[in-house]
Design a protein around this ligand. Structure first.
Ligand SMILES: [Zn+2]
Length: 90
């Protein structure tokens, strides 16, 4: 599973503690840079959120959740499922 966000989290690198990514609307803490990983998408991707309620997920399709800020509902991006095909390369 992976998280992608659209709000340009890198911008906030100097805004908060380094490596902490927050909601662009309400500064709700979302991701830690420790969970950031290289990804094929153009957006920063994360393996985990800071807290369980950091984000809200809404089922959007069979393969994707829409990810919203857990506090203000700001749209962040999508979480995609990788079907079990025995391959985990992308
Ligand atoms: Zn928010």
């Amino acid at each position: 599973m992976s998280f992608c966000n659209f709000f340009g989290g890198e911008v906030y690198k100097d805004h908060f503690k380094p490596g902490m990514y927050v909601c662009s609307q309400c500064n709700h803490p979302l991701f830690s840079s420790r969970s950031k990983f290289a990804h094929s998408s153009p957006w920063p991707a994360f393996t985990d959120t800071i807290r369980e309620d950091s984000v809200t997920k809404m089922m959007e399709s069979l393969t994707a959740f829409k990810v919203l800020c857990g506090k203000c509902g700001n749209g962040l991006g999508h979480e995609f499922f990788v079907p079990n095909k025995g391959k985990d390369k992308q």
